[in-house]
Design a protein. Structure first.
Length: 414
């Protein structure tokens, strides 16, 4: 490997990290350097931007320790057989970079992943050493997210949670057949075993924290994972079912979806074209339906077509409502929260406000219009004071009327 300066390494390894979607920083504990002790903070406004639950923007230095790898996963641009320029940071270099970027107010935390060099254990040791040095040698109190290696020794993976706010263990692909075909060196059972171990460690950490105030926090922002969409033959229904299973088994904070991107010198087993980015967006919407809107995985899958794919022209909530019109219209003034959340066009905040407002007066269509972006999407599915959709709910062309209009943007428009 040619000798590269820090700037060249950063250009290569920051670009290589862009394929990792799971870098949100929601759920971290609040820490600061008040009192003149320590350095860094997880609060305030801040090269990757993530958002906390209260809407704060948190800027992260998002890099790989190295883009060299001993594995040869077909879908990965950093695979062993890939013809890309390689670079590698030492643990000390990553620590210096993080501190230098923080002191210049560029970042508030670090997202660190890596290709596998020498062995899984060696690489995991280097990743943990970065976090250990930041926390113990420099008392860094900013956000740290570590991507762990499931093939590494469980004790090393466990150490990551002692220093990181969040850890990620990627399942890579939604199906076992896809993993065997595209990443034969990786073991689905071992990946899930590492996730199970991390779940247990996080629960033990929470229990210890409740019993002893002096107990250290263990991965306070939990664990997450990522699935690549479109590299294998898995349909949206299979992806949704897999995500639900991961949430239930391992108490994940998030499942991230990353649309497959064609890579240079790609293997013949990979698709020639990337999936539509809208497919990734629809999967995130379906994820929201399960997490915040009370939909069961099987119900979300019912919104898909006969091939198991979610429609791209409309969101999955609207697709479900159009498919099961017998549940509508819903009385906005009397329906329980569970049914209000199923009305297309109404979000969680709007439903909360409706429930609060209708305690004092009966709501009309104008009242609903003030709570949503587009009342036209809501009208066919509700009844309100002075409003009945009559035959609107059963119109054969309702889908065409409600789906977003596509507009050609003009580069030089006034």
């Amino acid at each position: 490997m040619a000798q590269l300066d820090t700037r060249e390494k950063l250009a290569i390894l920051a670009d290589a990290a862009k394929y990792d979607a799971s870098c949100a920083s929601s759920g971290t504990a609040k820490r600061d350097s008040s009192g003149g002790k320590g350095i860094g903070s997880t609060e305030g406004m801040g090269i990757c931007h993530a958002y906390a639950p209260d809407g704060r923007c948190i800027s992260l230095l998002k890099i790989l320790l190295t883009n060299s790898c001993i594995f040869d996963c077909h879908y990965c641009i950093n695979r062993k057989s890939s013809n890309v320029r390689r670079a590698r940071f030492t643990a000390e270099e990553v620590v210096r970079l993080t501190l230098a970027f923080y002191k210049r107010n560029y970042i508030e935390g670090l997202f660190l992943s890596s290709g596998i060099i020498r062995s899984s254990n060696y690489t995991m040791e280097q990743i943990v050493e970065v976090a250990r040095s930041l926390r113990e040698d420099y008392d860094f109190r900013g956000y740290i997210h570590l991507k762990t290696i499931p093939d590494a020794d469980p004790e090393l993976v466990h150490k990551a949670g002692l220093y990181a706010d969040r850890v990620s263990i990627n399942v890579e692909l939604p199906t076992e057949r896809g993993l065997k075909r595209l990443a034969p060196e990786k073991d689905g059972a071992r990946i899930e075993g590492a996730m199970k171990g991390m779940k247990g460690a996080i629960e033990e950490g929470k229990d210890a924290k409740q019993r002893f105030k002096s107990a250290p926090s263990y991965a306070p922002a939990g664990q997450s994972t990522q699935m690549i969409v479109g590299a294998d033959s898995a349909n949206d229904g299979e992806i949704i079912q897999k995500a639900s299973l991961l949430y239930d088994r391992f108490a994940l904070r998030r499942v991230y979806y990353s649309a497959f991107s064609p890579i240079p010198d790609a293997s013949a087993v990979l698709p020639l074209q990337r999936p539509p980015l809208m497919r990734e967006h629809r999967l995130y919407q379906s994820d929201w339906l399960m997490r915040f809107y009370g939909f069961k995985p099987a119900e979300v899958v019912e919104a898909a077509d006969e091939t198991g794919m979610l429609p791209l022209d409309i969101d999955p909530k609207l697709a479900w409502a159009l498919k099961f019109r017998e549940h509508f219209p819903v009385d906005i003034n009397r329906a329980p929260k569970e049914m209000l959340l199923r009305i297309p066009g109404l979000g969680v905040k709007a439903v909360t406000r409706i429930l609060a407002s209708r305690r004092w007066r009966r709501l009309g269509l104008d009242d609903v219009a003030r709570l949503t972006v587009s009342v036209a999407k809501v009208r066919p599915f509700i009844t309100a004071e002075g409003w009945r959709p009559t035959l609107l709910t059963d119109r054969a062309d309702l889908r065409q009327r409600l789906k977003p209009k596509t507009e050609q943007l003009e580069l030089f428009a006034a």
